[in-house]
Every structure is written in C-alpha cells, then in structure tokens.
Design a protein around this ligand. Structure first.
Ligand code: SAH
Ligand code: AVI
Length: 325
C-alpha cells in the first residue's frame, strides 16, 4: 500500500478568512443567511453520516442503488485512470465506483476533495487500506474555488464524481459558475458523474429534511456551535428552532434556524453584534431539486453532453454521466 498524499489548498487561516467574510456578509443581510459549507466540522460531518441512515432521508440509499446498477456500465464507458470526487465526505458510496473501475483495470488514482480535513483524512486512510493498489491523493479545498488546481490525468482521462445531490446546495448562479469552472478544468472527453435530487412530492421531500428523531435539527444547529467556537460568538444554540420548507418557486428545500425569542448575539472575532427578533428566520441551506430537461440544458450550456441517465422508479434521484465536449 502506498501512503496517501494530502494536498492543502485551504489552510486553517484561509478557512478562517472565508468564515469571517461569509459571516459578515450573511449576518448583515436581510433576511440573514449562512452558506451550508460551515456545517461540516468533525461533528457536522458525523451528523451528516447519521442523516444518511435515517428512514426519511431517501437520497443516499436511492443514489447507492443507482450506483449499484450503473457502476459497471460507467466503468465500461470510461476507461479512466483517475477518479476525482468533489465534496467526498466519507466516500462510502464511492466504493461502488472504485470496485467497478478497479475491476475494469484502468484506475490508478483516487482524488477526494473536501473542505473538511478530518473526515477527508479518515476516508483516505480507509480507502488506501481497502484498495492497496490505488494511489490516494486527497485535496483539502473548496469546489467553488479550487477546481483548476485538481491534479491532471496521468496517462488517461479523469472521471469527476459529484454525488449526494450536493449540486443542489449551490445557488443557481453558483451552480452555473461551478459547471463552467469544472468544464474549464477538464479536457475534452473527460467525464462528470453527477448525483442530483429530482423534484418530487413535498410530502416525501420535507420529512427528509425534518426527521422525527431530530438529527437534521441538530445538524442545522451545529453551524451555531461552529460560530461559537471559531468566532467566540455567544449564540444560545437551543433558542433556535429547526425549520425545513419546500419553496415551490425556486424548487428547493430551504433549511432555516428560527429565533424562539428576541436575542442579541455577539461575534467578537468579526466585531459584530447581531439582533434577532422573535420568530426571525436565518437561512442555512438550500437543497435544490431538479427536472431532467433543466439539468441537461445547464450542463449543455457549460460544455457538457449528457451520455447516461439513471433514475429510480419513483423519479426521486438521478445519476447523470456527462462528457466534456
Ligand atoms: N458526497 C458525500 C458527502 C455529501 S455531504 C455523499 O454523497 O454522501 C457534503 C460534503 O461536501 C461534505 O463532506 C462537506 O464537507 C463538503 N463540502 C461542502 N461544501 C463544500 C465546498 N464548497 N467545497 C468542498 N467541499 C464541500
Ligand atoms: C450534502 N447535501 C446534499 C445534503 C442535502 O440533502 O442537501 C445536506 C443535508 N442537509 C440536510 N440534510 C442533508
């Protein structure tokens, strides 16, 4: 087994600068908001893993089933030497791709990229142990900023996996920028495998973001623990209620934190004092759900051609294979 390599494009001080910036902008806006990437410290990443096992949270198990069905076909289509995974987290479902791509004989390297270093290290160690012939080259980075720094293919092509429906956590402008930047970072013929949630019944979607056992509520509130720890803030975390609503206009689930009472919160590291009225909402995440024709058009506009589409019988989730044209 070759020791995994970790490349860091986002140092602790870069991350601190980015957090300060996002908090200054988001908490002075009306309505207040925070970008979802700040959920994922070690505890937030652990809570996300728990979410993936909840009965209400269908995206992970649906995508895993789609990967089980499609991995062999994808491996046949794509004789790739490198599998890149953006927002890789635990890389749990990725094993299905790794199995198929290693069985087909072309894969030499796995490149997981994530903002969250400790879960990334844990995933890299586990993958390196399970796939001794594979070079594991992790990247601590932000997929909205560091795509051009991805390692190039060695002798052949790369397949970039962006799974879990994380594409839906980008706002429409960010999503368009992401597809364009990704296309710019790839050579013609290289591939994207995208996992995306589809628009379905709100009676199915909303409980997935508001589970009976309260794990998603804890995940949502975790961002306040992050701000308390990283910025010396004094959020009374339990005084915020978890809210998940389906926004039919934007076709996204919006997660919010709602102040139970009027509060004044100090954030010394950014020199801010922020007031919350009773019942005031702060948006912490959007989770966009898509329609086939819209995703195809977005990908086409950015220089990708869809060459494979797999979805479940209830049309709740899709895996899309696209080639850089
Ligand atoms: N792909 C996994 C994990 C999804 S959770 C799955 O399908 O289960 C989202 C992951 O994306 C987390 O690991 C989080 O740390 C990472 N992430 C969120 N925003 C990011 C960003 N801007 N750049 C890189 N990683 C990010
Ligand atoms: C990572 N991402 C795709 C998850 C989602 O479904 O939007 C994050 C999540 N938020 C609440 N539950 C899960």
């Amino acid at each position: 087994m070759t020791a995994p390599v970790l490349e860091i494009h986002l140092s602790d001080s870069d991350a601190a600068d980015a957090l300060h910036h996002d908090v200054r902008v988001g908490l002075s806006a009306d309505p207040k908001w925070l970008p979802p990437k700040w959920f994922y410290d070690a505890r937030g990443s652990e809570l996300f893993e728990q979410i993936t096992t909840l009965p209400e949270y269908y995206p992970t198990r649906t995508e895993r089933e789609l990967l089980r069905r499609s991995a062999g076909e994808i491996a046949e289509w794509a004789a790739v030497d490198t599998l890149v995974e953006l927002g890789s987290g635990s890389s749990e479902k990725t094993r299905l791709l790794l199995d198929a791509l290693t069985a087909s004989g072309s894969l030499q390297r796995f490149v997981p990229l994530d903002v969250s270093e400790s879960p990334l290290r844990a995933a890299m160690t586990a993958v390196a142990r399970e796939y001794p012939g594979l070079a594991v080259h992790g990247v601590v980075g932000d997929f909205t900023q560091h795509l051009e720094l991805l390692p190039a293919g060695q002798s052949g092509r790369r397949l970039v996996a962006f799974l879990g429906g994380t594409i839906g956590n980008l706002l429409p402008d960010e999503r368009a920028g992401f597809f364009t930047a990704l296309r710019g970072a790839l050579e013609p013929g290289e591939l994207l495998l995208l996992g995306a949630g589809l628009v379905t019944d709100p009676a199915v979607m909303v409980p997935a973001y508001d589970d009976a056992s309260g794990v998603t509520a804890e995940f949502n509130r975790n961002v306040l623990h992050v701000l308390n720890r990283e910025l010396g803030a004094d959020f009374d975390v339990v005084a915020f209620d978890h809210v998940a609503v389906w926004d039919a206009t934007h076709e996204w689930i919006e997660m919010r934190l709602r102040a139970c009472r009027p509060m004044t919160v100090r954030l010394p590291a950014v020199g801010m004092t922020v007031h919350f009225a009773e019942g005031e909402d702060m948006c912490t995440e959007v989770s966009g759900k898509f329609r086939r024709e819209v995703l195809g058009a977005d990908l086409g506009d950015s220089g990708f051609a869809v060459c494979g589409w797999w979805s479940d019988p209830d049309d709740r989730f899709a895996l899309i294979l696209a080639t850089a044209t």
